[in-house]
Design a protein around this ligand. Sequence first.
Ligand SMILES: N[C@@H](Cc1ccc(O)cc1)C(=O)O
Length: 349
Amino acid sequence: MDIDERFELTTRHTREVVTEEELQTLFEERDEPRVYIGYAPTGEMHIGHFTTMRKLADFLDAGLDVTVLIADLHAHLDDEKSPFDLLEARSAYYEETIRAMIDAAGADPDGIEFVRGREFELDEDYSLELLRMAAETTISRAKRAASEVVRESDSPKLGGLLYPLMQTLDVDALDADIAYGGVDQRGIYMLSREILPDHGGDAPICLFAPLLSGLSGGKMSASDESSKVNLNDSPEAVSEKLHDAYCPMGEVEDNGVLEYVRYLVFPILDQREESFVVERPEKYGGDLVYESYEELEADFVEEELHPQDLKNAAGEYISEIIDPIRTRLDDQPELLAGAYPEKYGGGAN
Ligand SMILES: N[C@@H](Cc1ccc(O)cc1)C(=O)O
C-alpha cells in the first residue's frame, strides 16, 4: 500500500487531523507509526463508542501499530466517576466489550495491544514528570484543557487537574506518534502538543472522531437512556429507540439516525462490500439501494426517503451489528454484574 492510501485510510471518517502535514511526514519517515486511544472505564459502553472501533480496523489495515489504553486511574480521577473498588471490574468489562466490538467491526482484536493505566502510570519516571508538569502548569490552563472531558462540579477535586497532565504523559509513556479520540479530547491534546516537548516527549499528531448526536436530538447523554443505543439492547429495544428518535423529514442537522447510519453502519457495510437496502412495499416504490452514505443523504434531503423507512432499516442494521456483542455480554453476565452491581448485580450478590 502506498503512502497516499495509508493516509486516506487513517484519516477517513474523522472530524479533524492535527496536522495533515505532520501525518504525511510521519508516514514518509516511519514504516509502522504508533497510534493509541484511551477509554476511561466509567459508564456502560454504548453505540457511540462503536464508531471509534471501525477506525481501529482502518488503522490496522493502514499498517499502524495500535494500542488501546484502558485508563482505569483516569476513570477514578474524573470526579470519582468510577469508585476505586470497581475499577478492576469495569476495566475487565471494557476490555471484553472493546474486543467484541473490534471483532464485530471486522478486525482482529489480537492485533491490538491492550494496556491498563496503572501498569505504567505509577512508574517512578512517570510520577516525577507528573510533578514537574504540575509545578509548571497553571490551574486555569489545566482546567480549560479538561473542560469538555472532566465532569464539572461545585467542589472540583484536584484529580480533575491531574487528569489532562496524565493523559499528556500517557502519549509519551506509550510511545505514541498519534493520539486518537473523540473531538471532546481536543483541549487535552492541544495542551499535550504545547507542553510535552518540554517534558521529554514529542507533540502528538491528533486524529479526532466526530461526536454523534443523541437519538432524541442534541447531544448523546450518558444519563438519558433514550438518547443512545446500548450494546446489550435487544432488537426490540433498538427498534423502539429508533422509532421514537428525532428524525424530521429532510433534516440533516442533529439527526442522530443519519449519523449512526453514516459513521457506524456504512463503514461496516463498505468493509463487507455490501450496500444499504431500505425495504419498501412495491406500492410505495419498492426497495431503495444505496452504495454510499452521500446517496442516501441526498434522497433523504429530497424527501425521497421517508424517516420511517430510514428508521426501520437503520434499526435492523444496527441490531445486526451489535448482536454478537450482546450475545457475548449475555454469555458472561458476571462482567456487567461486577462492573455495575447496582444495576446488574441482582439481590443474590
Ligand atoms: N479522556 C478519555 C480517556 C483517556 C484517558 C487517558 C488517556 O491517555 C487517553 C484517554 C475519556 O474521556 O474517556
